[in-house]
Design a protein around this ligand. Structure first.
Ligand code: NIG
Ligand code: FE
Length: 403
């Protein structure tokens, strides 16, 4: 079989489900790459003969994992909310700032005032921070435009980022993120805009891979969320939800009943919601950066998620208000320290289960023949180290699509 390069003398955490939690290849391993795909992975001693690789790359026993998948970010936005951080430290709550017209709406004002080029330019350093820690796929949501032209502008900027950098970008339309001022008192009127003109414009340009909403007291109701989901599904777009972040609205159960890829945040999720997610195969995306930064005290029900067999993903939630976190590795560390995930669960949460939360598990998230050769190579002694250190980056090299 003709391949382009073979990584040899590697220790490999495939993250495929199997005998151990890391899907570890026994002994010294090899990965053969053809084009942008993994052609073969396994122990060196089983390397098939006749793999006439152009290039053999020795890794001196370094660890290889799947490239990291950051499955929930809001990294395209203008401005920042450092002032609100100060106000919160003086006692204002995240929710109270939102109700007073700040919060998400403050970023909406800045984002509406920015053009696409400025959104791209300010997002690039954030994206680069994720790439520098081994991210090979990053999801980016809209949701700071809240009008046809501004939501389209955000998603075009997100798509542009994928042409500017060697990284897979998955875009999510999050028009139902907050109520824009011109619709004050008329949330259903705004949902009409989300379900009609915004979705039409975004779908016409193929700008979104999925549709999200914020179901909460400062977001939208279950009924409004269901309307957004119906409209998305009518256009063949998968759905996901910001659910049970600040209060229990039964959003995760609704999302699960409507076949959502994921429900995200989940600090206020109850057992019925967990069971509904398990039945539907909806991934639980935990966002410890937001838990930390808004100083939430209630933790997501990790034990119940495990008991019901719900897949758990972990993500940065990179955004200017609730989680200005630019480090996937620190998100993994926080998932362990705050939510008691094991380091193996945290790594699965930033690889295999994150890919499932984006609907791209056939292509990404584990090291297996046929999948994209999106790989991270690390200077570590054991894979548990990835969730262990705080603010240290052991990435040695990163391959995206085999390059
Ligand atoms: O994931 N909860 C809603 N959306 C974002 C926060 C956005 C913001 O505060 O700007 C989140 O936490
Ligand atoms: Fe979010």
């Amino acid at each position: 079989m003709p391949v382009d390069r073979i990584l040899v003398d590697a220790r490999i955490a495939t993250m495929e489900p199997g005998a151990d939690a890391y899907g570890t290849v026994a002994g010294s391993g090899a990965i053969a790459i053809a084009g942008d795909r993994i052609a073969w992975v396994g122990p060196m001693r089983d390397l098939p003969g006749g793999l006439d690789a152009v290039e053999r790359i020795g890794l001196d026993g370094r660890w290889v994992t799947p490239g990291l998948v950051d499955c929930h970010t809001h990294l395209v936005h203008a401005g920042n909310r450092a002032h609100e951080f100060e106000l919160r430290l003086e006692g204002a709550s995240y929710e109270a700032l939102a109700q007073a017209g700040g919060g998400i709406l403050s970023t909406v004002r800045a984002t509406r005032a920015a053009d696409e080029a400025l959104l791209v330019a300010t997002a690039l350093p954030r994206l680069d921070a994720l790439i520098a820690e081994g991210a090979t796929t990053v999801e980016i949501k809209s949701g700071y435009g809240l009008s046809v032209e501004d939501e389209v502008k955000m998603l075009r900027a997100a798509r542009r980022l994928g042409r500017e950098r060697p990284v897979g970008i998955r875009t999510t339309l999050l028009a139902a993120h907050a109520l824009p001022p011109e619709f004050a008192g008329d949330p259903d009127g705004y949902i009409d805009l989300c379900c009609g003109p915004i979705l039409d414009a975004v779908a016409a340009e193929g700008l979104a891979d999925a549709v999200d909403a914020f179901c909460d007291r400062i977001g939208f109701t279950r009924a409004q969320t269901a309307r957004v989901f119906d409209a998305a599904r009518a256009r063949g777009l998968p759905v996901k939800l910001h659910a049970e972040q600040l209060s229990d609205q039964g959003g995760a159960a609704l999302a699960a009943a409507m076949g959502a890829l994921s429900a995200d945040h989940l600090e206020h999720l109850d057992e019925d919601g967990v069971a509904a997610m398990a039945r539907a195969g909806t991934v639980a995306v935990l966002l410890p950066g937001a838990y930390y930064f808004i100083r939430e005290t209630r933790k997501p029900p990790v034990e119940a998620l495990r008991r019901h067999g719900v897949a758990i993903a972990v993500s940065t939630d990179l955004n200017p208000g609730s989680s200005p976190l630019h480090s996937p590795l620190l998100a993994m560390n926080m998932a362990c320290t705050f939510f008691a995930l094991t380091p193996a669960e945290a790594l699965a949460g930033m690889t295999r289960h994150a890919a499932a939360a984006l609907g791209i598990a056939a292509d990404a998230g584990t090291i297996a023949a046929g999948k994209r050769a999106d790989l991270a190579i690390w200077d570590i002694e054991r894979p548990g180290e990835l969730a262990y250190r705080i603010a240290f980056n052991p990435l040695y090299r990163r391959l995206w699509g085999g390059r």
